[in-house]
Design a protein around this ligand. Sequence first.
Ligand code: ADP
Length: 257
Amino acid sequence: MLEINGVTKKFGKTLACDNVSFTLQPGSLTVLLGPNGAGKSTIIKSIIGFLKYQGSITVNGMPNKTVQARRVLGYIPEMPSLYPNLTVIEHMEFIARAYKMTNYKDRIQMLLDRFELADKKKKFGDELSKGMQQKLNLCIGLLPDPDIILMDEPLLGLDPHAIKELKNYIEEMRQAGKTMLISTHIIDSVDMLWDRTIIMQKGTVRANITRPEIEGAGKTLEDIFFEVTEGIEKDDVSHSEAEGSDNSNEQVKGENA
Ligand code: ADP
């Protein structure tokens, strides 16, 4: 279980995350939705241990920056950072060795096949198109097969085949009991079988809601997103709990939020 408790992060005067709390249950797929600048990347980078922040983040009860926590956490960044002097296959083997994986060759081949990079094995990082770099970025992140996977805007820059393949792969990981957090600002891109959606805006969690709760209210994710972020029909959200009189703090919560 991943528990984010009261995380606040400032960049100078910018409050990127303001007292953010949520929990990822084991074996669930959570979508982190919000407009640009909502604080999604900041919370993901805090979870993975790249940023200093106030508050607490634990993985199976252990602080996120411990070796034990890092072992089960995986991260697919929005921007690939590849080595220009390593080929595709060298990137994959480098990661496999860094994670002390054994018998990784079949897994590397499977990922490169699925994301159509098998014929690019000998290409260097800086010889790949942007889309190919994104696909290698994905293959690198998926290679160690972590129990908890954080993906920051994973569909951006991918071609239709890779988008379909990644969605299939996400569904397979879900069935295998992986815990996933996928951030995006594009509502249409999350038509996969997510279990929970967390909507962030201006550094705060504005809604934390399960799929049955949305469907039970006869609404779509898009309806909820605009109700929450633009205040449309906000009095009509049957499961909302206003926190204080200031609407900017209003948050829609699911039962288990
Ligand atoms: P999102 O991922 O939802 O688009 P971010 O977490 O990237 O949002 O950004 C949240 C806020 O923090 C934005 O106002 C952004 O400009 C600011 N921010 C993010 N990273 C930095 C940084 N390294 N330095 C200064 N400001 C930052």
